[in-house]
Structures are given as structure tokens and as C-alpha cells.
Design a protein around this ligand. Structure first.
Ligand code: PHE
Length: 352
């Protein structure tokens, strides 16, 4: 049979040991640890009552209050010490003088994502020519993404864009009405409606397509749209802007070609290609065997689209120009898979 004085001794030992530790604790963390050692799931105070069952009834009646009192005292001691530690550190903070002059400044690691850097460079380039930034929504209606751009519902040109539509049940919109924009051209009519010519605007941002992914195609990508409307704007301006852009980003010796291409919202429309730097025109996996990498779609804004934007096509003409940021970065930096840009692979990113 366990003796009362043995239990009493045990309790006193816990008390003296822990009081000492509590009063010597210098940080709140140490006090938290002591609290857990006493009152946590396997704390000494938590487990002690398990042994009480071995005591005879009358002794149990004596040890009970003693136990409770000790528990209370330890708990109080921790709380009082916590308060003291807080006060000490506050006093230290207000009296101690810091010499900020000698603080070590650690070297910074990392940098902005290459796409962000490239976008900033591009914006700077076109600001120099008087273009201003314009923001259009990434979740948009099919009206701005297609309808107002001369691509009515059922028009076969809609098949050019593999569109991600937003579930109508979740939005209250009708089926096919709300989508993730497939191109930054959704900014075109908004720009025309918000400003009067002469207009020099650029809109840059994320676009989304339900794509078959490969080295040149990504489902989420950045596009850059230029809208330039004034009296007498012509294809010559478009040629100039394409060369200005590619020579200043990719390099002076980049070879550029313009080839006829159909987009319903421009007439005439062109595809702008850069000579594939991986095969130098021979044809390879990256350029799909053509020797050229398409970097932009562009053209003279269709009169119907100008009208939709409230601009008189008898007086004004305009160009719209939409390069894919990732494609141009591939040419500039010489990487052969556009999917690298979203992977977040540090080995790839540290090269920039
Ligand atoms: N928006 C077109 C695309 O995503 C590119 C384009 C922009 C074409 C402007 C013509 C004019 O493919």
C-alpha cells in the first residue's frame, strides 16, 4: 500500500523543482514548455491522480486538497512569471538603444518572374511611342470577346478559339455567355467606346484557351494588344510597329515576315512570324516544321468593329496588333518550350 507521506513528498518535490525552473525562465517559450510539462496531456500534474487509486480512503481525503492547492500554486507561478517576462522585455525595448548603422543587410536573392520583366520592358517600349495602358477583364462576356469583334454566334470563325466557358448554373448567365477571354482583343471595343481618336492604347494580360498543349501552346498565357486609331493609319504603321517591337526585344538581327491571315475583326489580316532561332528556318519540332514561329496576329481594324466602337470608318482607320508574350520570349531567350513559363521550375527561372 502506498503511503501518504510518499505521495506528499512526491508532490512537494514537483513543487520545489518546478518553482525553481519557473522563476528562472527567461522567455515565454520556456514558460509554455514548463506549462506543458506540468499540465499537458502527459504532464506530471495531469498524470499524478492516476496513482491516487492506490491510497486508502482517508489518506486520499488529505492528499486531494493538497494536490489541488499545489496545482493552483504552480499555475499561478507560471502566470506571474509570464507577466514579469513581458514587463522585462518591454523595459528592455524602451531603454535599449539599437545601432541601426551596423545592421547587416543580407544580399537579396531572386527576381521578378521573366514574364513580368518582359511585360515591363514591353510597356516601357510602347510608352515611349505614346501608347497608354488599358485593362480589360479576364472573365468576360462573349459579346466583347466575340460578338462585337465581328464574330457572331454560329460564325465558323469561333472555332478558331478553343474557349473555356463558365458554368452558367454558377453565375446566372445563359450558357455560352460568360467565358475566360481567349485574347486581349476583348479590350478593342472597350477602348474605342472609352476614348475618341487619335487613340494609342495597349492592353496586356492573361488569356485562356482550351488547348492541346505542346511546345508552342499553353492553356494560360499572356497576350499584348495594341490599338492605334487615327486618320490615315495604314499597314505601313503596322509593319513599323512589328519591327520596332521585335528588334528592340528579341534583337536587331531578328528576321520578321508578314503573311496574310484571316481574323474576322481585321481586314486585311496578317500573321507576323519571326524566323525560328532553333532551326534557322530549316523546320523543327518547336516551329512545327515551318521554319517560322508565329508571334502575333494583326491587321487593319475591320470597319464593322470600328462602328461597334462608335468610330466612323469613313474618317478613321486603325490597326490592331496582338503578339503572344511567351512566343516572343522563346525567341528572345532561346528556350524551346512555352510551358516552362508556368512550371515554376527554379532551375529554369534562375537563368533570367
Ligand atoms: N486576338 C488574336 C489572337 O488571339 C490576335 C490578333 C490581335 C489578331 C489583333 C488581329 C488583331 O489570335
Amino acid at each position: 500500500m502506498l503511503k501518504l507521506n510518499t505521495m506528499e513528498e512526491k508532490l512537494n518535490k514537483i513543487k520545489t523543482d518546478y518553482f525553481l525552473n519557473i522563476n528562472q525562465a527567461k522567455t515565454l517559450k520556456e514558460l509554455d514548455e514548463l506549462f506543458l510539462a506540468l499540465f499537458g496531456k502527459n504532464g506530471v500534474i495531469t498524470l499524478l491522480p492516476k496513482e491516487f487509486g492506490k491510497l486508502p480512503m482517508e489518506e486520499l481525503q488529505k492528499i486531494g486538497p493538497l494536490f489541488n492547492q499545489t496545482k493552483h500554486e504552480l499555475d499561478n507561478a507560471i502566470e506571474n512569471r509570464r507577466q514579469a517576462v513581458r514587463e522585462e522585455s518591454y523595459a528592455k525595448l524602451t531603454t535599449e538603444k539599437y545601432d541601426l548603422g551596423t545592421a547587416e543587410i543580407k544580399p537579396r536573392h531572386g527576381h521578378l518572374h521573366p514574364t513580368t520583366q518582359f511585360i515591363q520592358e514591353t510597356v516601357d517600349l510602347f510608352e515611349k511611342l505614346g501608347f497608354q495602358q488599358f485593362d480589360a477583364p479576364q472573365i468576360d462576356t462573349d459579346e466583347y470577346n466575340f460578338g462585337l469583334l465581328n464574330i457572331p454566334e454560329g460564325h465558323p470563325a469561333r472555332d478558331l478559339w478553343d474557349t473555356l466557358y463558365i458554368d452558367p448554373q454558377k453565375t446566372g448567365y445563359s450558357p455560352g455567355e460568360l467565358l475566360l477571354r481567349t485574347h486581349t482583343s476583348n479590350a478593342q471595343v472597350r477602348i474605342m467606346r472609352d476614348f475618341t481618336p487619335p487613340i494609342r492604347m495597349m492592353s496586356i494580360g492573361r488569356c485562356y484557351r482550351y488547348e492541346n498543349l505542346d511546345a508552342r501552346h499553353e492553356h494560360t498565357f499572356e497576350q499584348f494588344e495594341l490599338v492605334y486609331i487615327d486618320k490615315g493609319v495604314s499597314m505601313t504603321n503596322l509593319q513599323y510597329l512589328s519591327e520596332y517591337f521585335l528588334q528592340n526585344t528579341v534583337g536587331k538581327d531578328i528576321k520578321v515576315r508578314l503573311r496574310p491571315k484571316y481574323y474576322p475583326f481585321v481586314e486585311p489580316g496578317v500573321g507576323i512570324d519571326g524566323l525560328c532561332i532553333f532551326c534557322h528556318g530549316q523546320g523543327c519540332k518547336v516551329c512545327g516544321g515551318t521554319g517560322w514561329l508565329e508571334v502575333a496576329g494583326a491587321g487593319m481594324i475591320h470597319p464593322t468593329v470600328l462602328k461597334n466602337g462608335g468610330i466612323n470608318p469613313e474618317i478613321y482607320s486603325g490597326i490592331a496588333w496582338g503578339p503572344g508574350v511567351g512566343r516572343i520570349m522563346m525567341l528572345k531567350y532561346g528556350f524551346d518550350d512555352i510551358r516552362e513559363l508556368l512550371k515554376g521550375d527554379l532551375k529554369f527561372l534562375e537563368k533570367f
